[in-house]
Write a protein that binds this ligand. Sequence first.
Ligand code: ATP
Ligand code: MG
Length: 230
Amino acid sequence: GKTPASADMHVDGVGFSYPGTERLVLNQVSLHIPAGQKVAILGRSGSGKSTLASLIRGEYAPDTGSVCIGGVPTFELSDALTQYIGVIQQNPYLFNKTLRDNLKLGNPEATDEQVLDALERVHLGGLVAGLPDGLDTMVDEAGKRFSGGERHRIAIARILLANTPVVLLDEPTVGLDPITEQALLETLFETCADRTLIMITHHLQGADMFDRIVFIEDGALAMDGSPAHL
Ligand code: ATP
Ligand code: MG
């Protein structure tokens, strides 16, 4: 297979309808995200944000145009893409393994010290200290043991441990109170200092931390600029 030459992302003239449907969910979307840029993607519910994320992480190929990382279409990278893009989906998936193994998915070499440090960073250190089996606690598949906000933070800790050059987050702060949300954003920015951060959200809190804000409206780019220009 082809290897991306860099972490530059190019979304070029993308049009997309879900298989078996007619409606164009994305229409002529173009975005160049240079390596290291911090981008917030905003838009109302149903505007196409998660769909754009699905294309970026290669779940679908666009009907028209292209989505590439380092010159290679993300759709063609399939499994190899996980080396380049760390993803937290809107409903983060936890596996029926130990908490430790859930956290080490993107970095099997991580030491317990690094795992515990990542948990501290997402403010879950206390939670784990309170579990009778600690990192050996089994997480059932649905992750029922943890609240929605805790699941998100576990997923974020997993991404912090994996060293992908691009981190893509779909509403990572949903279900969190404003103080935890702000703390988590700061953690993300600190940990992703040299990495590309693409964060989907439908509210503006913390938007001034980003280099760039992109608004999607009805599947098209409605605005694209620095937070100062909003
Ligand atoms: P939210 O803020 O609520 O998460 P969003 O901006 O992420 O919204 P998308 O999930 O990208 O919105 O959905 C865009 C449109 O595509 C919606 O009209 C939605 O109903 C439709 N859609 C999403 N997933 C599918 C699917 N698997 N099959 C068909 N249509 C879909
Ligand atoms: Mg969404």
